[in-house]
Design a protein. Structure first.
Lengths: 331, 288
C-alpha cells in the first residue's frame, strides 16, 4: 500500500571557524594591462561558485563588468592566503576581504585620477563603468585602461584588504558562550510516498527556504540548494557503507547508491534575503547548511506517512520494512 | 593469462571458427557493459577477445508471419525505440527501458544480458514469459533451446548465442513487467516479475506464464502461480491469492536466505503492480 506523508526540517548554522579561532581572509587587487582588474586571493573553487561570486563582489565595488575581472586564486605564489573553503566561510569572510580590498583600490584609483586629471582633491570623483569621473563635470574623466597605460611595470596601482571574523571562545568548563557569528537559517518541507510493502520512499515534492542574507548570485544559490538537497536525500535514503567489522562492503558505486537525476525532484526553492550588517552586501554563506534540514524533513514525512520513527540512516527499503513489521507485531 | 589478441569479427561464421580454435581461452565482447568490468577486476583473464559488436547479422530485428526474431547484438535502446515492442509486448519494452542508464542501454545487448547469466537481468523474465527460444551456434552445429532452460544448460566455451525468437502475440495476450530497484535509474533489480496472460471470451485466464528475476539462482518460471491463476478471473481477490502462492514458493526456495524476509514482503507490491498493469492494459484495449 502507498501512504503519503509530509515533514518539515529546520536548521540554523554558525558559519566560519568560530570558537575564537583566528579566521582571516586576505586579498590583493591590481590594475592590469588594458584596464582589467586582478583579484589575487586564495579563495578555493570547490564547485560552490567562488570564481563567479567573488568577482561579482569586486565588480560591484569597482563598477566594472565582471568579464573584465581576473581572479587569480590557484597559484599560491601569486596570492595571499585566504583560509580554507570550509565552514561555509568564503562568501562572508573572503567576500568581506575582497570588498575591503576593492574599497582600498577605489581610493587608489581616485588618488591617481586626481593627479592625472589635475584636480585639487578626490572629492566628487566616482567610479562608473570602468572610468573615474568627476560627478559635477563629467568631461573630467579617465578610464582604468588609460590609467593602466600610465601605471605599469613597477608602479602599478594596487591595494590590499584583510578581514578577520569576530568570534569568541566557549567557556572550557561549561561549554557556554557564543562561539559562532553570524548564523544562517533554513527550512525544508517534503512530501513523500512510502510503499509499505517494498519500503521504497518516493519524494513527491519539496519546498526549501534558505536565508542567504543577500543572494550574490541567485542561480548559483539555487544550484547549491538543489545540490544540498540531493546530498541530503542520498544521506537519508541511499548512502550505506555497509560496514562489517570495519570493512566497507559497499565499496563500489553499483552498491553504494547515490541519487540519480531521476531520483531528484524539482524543488520549490525560496531565497530569503535579510542582509547581515557585517557581511559583504549582506551576504552570508550557505554551502553546508543546505544539506542539514533535508534528513529531518524526510524522516518526519516518513513518520507522518507510516508512523515509524527511524533513528539510523540510511532508511533503506529493507530497514523500513523491518521497522514496519516490528510495529505490526508489537500491536 | 594476459590478453594477446582482439579480433574484430564481421560474421558469425568467423566467430564460430575462432571459438572453435580458442575455446575457453576466448571471450566474446559486444556492448562490454558487464565484461569490461570483469576484465578490469581480473575476474576473467581471456587470451583472446572477439568483438562481435560490428556483425550486421546479429544486429537485426526481424519478423515473419508468426515470430519476432531478435539478433543477439540488438541493444536495449534499439528495442525500446522499436514500435514492435509497444502495444501488447509492452512488458519487454518496459524491462529494457529499466536497464541501467541511457549509456548502458545504448551499448548493452539482449544476447549479452542472457550470456552474462545474472539472476537479476532485466530483459530475461519477459523473454522467458514469452517462451523465447535461443539459437546457439558452434563449430559443431546449431542448437535451439528454450531460454528458460539456458540456466541449467549453459553455453559451452565454443558457442555463441545468435538469435532470440518468440511467437507473436494475439490480441488476447498481454505481456507485462514490474521491477523493484532501489532507485529510479541505474538500479540492479532486487526482484522482478513478468507475466504473459491470455484471456478467453468469458474473461477468464486461458493461458498464463509468470516468470521472476532475482527470486532464485537464475530467472525462472513461477509455475505454482501459473497453476493457481489458470481459469481464474483477475481481480483483487485472485491477485492477493496469487501473491500468497508466490510467497509460499519463495519460502521453500529461499529458505534460510537473509534476503527472504524482505523479498517475501516486497514481492507482493511487484506482483500486484504487474497484474494491475495487465488489468489496465486490457481495459485500454477494450476502450479502443
Amino acid at each position: 500500500m502507498k501512504k503519503i506523508g509530509k515533514g518539515i526540517g529546520l536548521s540554523y548554522y554558525g558559519t566560519g571557524y568560530g570558537n575564537g579561532f583566528p579566521d582571516v581572509s586576505r586579498a590583493i587587487i591590481k590594475l592590469l594591462p588594458a584596464g582589467r582588474i586582478g583579484i589575487y586571493c586564495g579563495v578555493t573553487e570547490v564547485g560552490q561558485g567562488a570564481k563567479t561570486s567573488m568577482r561579482q563582489i569586486g565588480a560591484e565595488v569597482l563598477d566594472i563588468d565582471i568579464e573584465n575581472i581576473d581572479l587569480v586564486h590557484e597559484d599560491t605564489s601569486l596570492m595571499p592566503d585566504s583560509g580554507t573553503a570550509a565552514a561555509t566561510r568564503q562568501t562572508y569572510n573572503t567576500g568581506n576581504a575582497i570588498k575591503i580590498a576593492c574599497e582600498n583600490m577605489k581610493k587608489e584609483l581616485l588618488e591617481k585620477a586626481k593627479i592625472e586629471l589635475n584636480l585639487n582633491s578626490t572629492s566628487g570623483l566616482t567610479l562608473e563603468k570602468g572610468e573615474v569621473i568627476l560627478s559635477f563635470f563629467p568631461q573630467k574623466r579617465i578610464s582604468y585602461k588609460k590609467l593602466s597605460e600610465i601605471y605599469y611595470n613597477d608602479v602599478i596601482i594596487e591595494a590590499k584588504g584583510e578581514f578577520t571574523a569576530q568570534t569568541t571562545e566557549m567557556d572550557k568548563e561549561t561549554g557556554q558562550g557564543a562561539p559562532y557569528w553570524p548564523y544562517t537559517f533554513n527550512a525544508c518541507a517534503v512530501e513523500v510516498e512510502v510503499d509499505t510493502e517494498t519500503g521504497i520512499v518516493n519524494i513527491l515534492k519539496s519546498t526549501f527556504a534558505q536565508d542567504a542574507g543577500r543572494a550574490v548570485n541567485p542561480m548559483l544559490l539555487e544550484g547549491q540548494m538543489d545540490g544540498g538537497f540531493a546530498m541530503g536525500l542520498g544521506y537519508t535514503l541511499f548512502e550505506d557503507l555497509n560496514l562489517d567489522k570495519g570493512i566497507m562492503k559497499n565499496n563500489r558505486f553499483s552498491k553504494y547508491l547515490i541519487p540519480t537525476a531521476m531520483d531528484m525532484v524539482d524543488i520549490n526553492n525560496i531565497i530569503v534575503e535579510d542582509p547581515e550588517p557585517t557581511a559583504p552586501y549582506g551576504a552570508k554563506g550557505i554551502g553546508e547548511p543546505v544539506t542539514i534540514p533535508i534528513a529531518p524533513a524526510i524522516l518526519n514525512a516518513i513518520y507522518d506517512a507510516v508512523g515509524v520513527r527511524i533513528k539510523e540512516l540510511p532508511v533503506t527499503p529493507e530497514k523500513l520494512i523491518k521497522h514496519l513489521r516490528g510495529c505490526k507485531e508489537n500491536r | 593469462m594476459t590478453l594477446k589478441e582482439v579480433y574484430n569479427s564481421r560474421s558469425v561464421e568467423e566467430v564460430v571458427g575462432l571459438l572453435g580454435e580458442y575455446g575457453s581461452e576466448a571471450k566474446l565482447i559486444s556492448g562490454g557493459t558487464d565484461i569490461v568490468i570483469e576484465l578490469k577486476n581480473k575476474k576473467i583473464t581471456p587470451k583472446i577477445l572477439i568483438d562481435i559488436s560490428k556483425i550486421e547479422e546479429l544486429k537485426k530485428i526481424k519478423e515473419d508471419e508468426n515470430h519476432i526474431i531478435l539478433g543477439s547484438g540488438v541493444t536495449f535502446t534499439e528495442i525500446t525505440e522499436n514500435p514492435l515492442f509497444k502495444g501488447n509486448l509492452h512488458g519487454l519494452h518496459k524491462a529494457c527501458k529499466m536497464v541501467g542508464s541511457p549509456q548502458i542501454r545504448n551499448k548493452g545487448t539482449i544476447g549479452g544480458n542472457i550470456a552474462n547469466g545474472s539472476s537479476a537481468a532485466d530483459s530475461i523474465p519477459p523473454l522467458i514469459a514469452l517462451g523465447a527460444i535461443i539459437k546457439i551456434c558452434s563449430i559443431e552445429g546449431t542448437r535451439e533451446i528454450p531460454l528458460e532452460d539456458y540456466y541449467i544448460n549453459k553455453l559451452k566455451s565454443n558457442e555463441i548465442i545468435t538469435e532470440i525468437k518468440f511467437e507473436k502475440l494475439n490480441k488476447n495476450q498481454n505481456l507485462n513487467f514490474a521491477k523493484l530497484g532501489l532507485r529510479k535509474a541505474l538500479a540492479i533489480s532486487r526482484l522482478s516479475i513478468a507475466s504473459l496472460i491470455e484471456l478467453n471470451e468469458e474473461g477468464l485466464i486461458e493461458n498464463v506464464t509468470i516468470s521472476s528475476g532475482a527470486l532464485g539462482k537464475y530467472p525462472m518460471r513461477e509455475k505454482e502461480v501459473e497453476e493457481y491463476l489458470i481459469n481464474k478471473e483477475i481481480n483483487e481477490t485472485t491477485i492477493e491469492e496469487a501473491i500468497t502462492v508466490l510467497q509460499n514458493s519463495m519460502d521453500e526456495r529461499l529458505k534460510g536466505r537473509s534476503t527472504l524476509p524482505y523479498k517475501r514482503v516486497a514481492v507482493s507490491s511487484i506482483l500486484r503492480e504487474n497484474l494491475k498493469e495487465f488489468i489496465k492494459t486490457r481495459t485500454e484495449v477494450r476502450a479502443w
